[in-house]
Design a protein around this ligand. Structure first.
Ligand code: OSB
Ligand code: MG
Length: 368
């Protein structure tokens, strides 16, 4: 395939409810979408960076800048571009994994649509539906949290993840465990809100039988996570720290984690995400699909990835209505706690034109 250009589109979608984490409160999702136009087909990419550099150093406007200035032009002048060639072509530019992932995703979608191959099949999926968890934000009170969790369980979610931070950790976990019982699959995500000095405090979560605690310490603190993992019985899972397959191998070897959250955007794309899956599987480390409040485009791809054999825990691949009243694609609807893996070529979904227009803030065409 030859690429003729890429459209960058900034969108904004209101969230159905504010989503509070240890790094801030979100009331809408700003995101960057890419449409890669090739000679045979076009493909969609979704950049998972958020409006501000709070979860990671990348942010929407910064991604748009590096894409237009460096990454998209680096794909010019190739008569035969395939998705596997994208990461090597972008490798001279350091960092910016979320921007790179979005560009690779768009090229991969275009390529697979040309070939008539679904992304799930290309990645090596072994399931046609995936069990889904839900990430529950920090709330103003425990009763409010219990009501929210009850609603998600009624909807059929197979696993609950509680966002935690200092001052909102032991109490909410204890309350949810006591109210919903020991069979509930329950985990917590700190988004780096603690330090190793909090080890004894975090050990107070041990009695509640959590599946895992996600990213308690700083992104760069692998040794701290290894020390923490020895001080608590709750399994340590890494999110922010896992930026590549190499980082995953190092974290596992150091004993910094025994579970891995895989987010393709954070690691530079779906192809690197599959390599992380492979590394973890070879080490017997379970993985699950993280989420970044994606639209239906990113959700379609995440669900495809979550259908690989090493994804043995439910992911943050929630239904569209957990996030948005109107998604830009046909909504993903929970069925018996699962989402169906798309079966059409590429992502298997496309934006609904009117919904896409409604969400669009700006567009820009970059010709190659
Ligand atoms: O840490 O997993 C995270 C959302 C935005 C940024 C980071 C995270 C999250 C979530 C929600 O926990 C995941 C989702 O439902 O998409
Ligand atoms: Mg996380």
């Amino acid at each position: 395939m030859k690429l003729t250009g890429v459209e960058l589109r900034e969108i904004r979608l209101p969230l159905v409810a504010p989503f509070r984490t240890s790094f801030g409160t979100l009331t809408e999702r700003s995101a960057l979408l890419l449409r890669a136009v090739g000679t045979e087909a076009e493909g969609w990419g979704e950049c998972v960076a958020m409006a501000g550099p709070l979860y990671s150093s990348e942010y929407v406007a910064g991604c748009a800048d590096v894409l237009r200035r460096f990454l998209i032009p680096a794909l010019a002048g190739r008569d035969h571009l395939d998705a596997a060639a994208v990461a090597p072509a972008l490798a001279p530019f350091l960092g910016h994994r979320m921007a790179k992932a979005a560009l690779e995703m768009a090229v991969l979608d275009a390529e697979l649509r040309t070939q008539g191959v679904p992304l799930a099949g290309e990645l090596g999926a072994v399931r046609d539906r995936v069990p889904c968890g839900v990430s529950v934000g920090i709330m103003d009170s425990v009763p409010q949290l219990l009501e929210a969790v009850a609603g998600y369980l009624d909807a059929g979610y197979a696993r609950i993840k509680l966002k935690i931070e200092p001052g909102w950790d032991i109490e909410p976990v204890r309350a949810v465990r006591e109210r919903f019982g020991e069979d509930l699959l329950l985990q917590a995500d700190a988004n780096t809100a603690y330090t190793l000095a909090d080890a004894r405090h975090l050990a107070r979560l041990d009695p509640y039988g959590l599946l895992l605690i996600e990213q308690p310490l700083d992104e760069e603190d692998l040794l701290g996570h290894a020390a923490l993992a020895k001080a608590i019985t709750t399994p340590v899972c890494l999110d922010e720290s896992i930026t590549s397959a190499r980082a995953a191998a190092a974290a596992i070897t150091l004993g910094a984690c025994s579970v891995v959250n895989i987010k393709p955007g954070r690691v530079g794309g779906y192809l690197e995400a599959r390599r992380i899956h492979d590394v973890c599987r070879a080490h017997g480390v379970p993985v699950w699909a993280g989420g970044m409040l994606e639209t239906g485009l990113g959700r379609a791809a995440n669900v495809a990835l979550a259908a690989l054999p090493g994804f043995t825990l439910p992911g943050d691949t929630s239904a569209s209505d957990r996030y948005y009243r109107t998604d830009i694609t046909d909504p993903f609807v929970l069925e018996d706690g699962h989402l169906p893996v798309p079966t059409g070529p590429g992502l298997g979904v496309v934006p609904v034109p009117a919904a896409l227009e409604e969400a669009t803030v700006s567009t820009e065409w970059i010709s190659l």
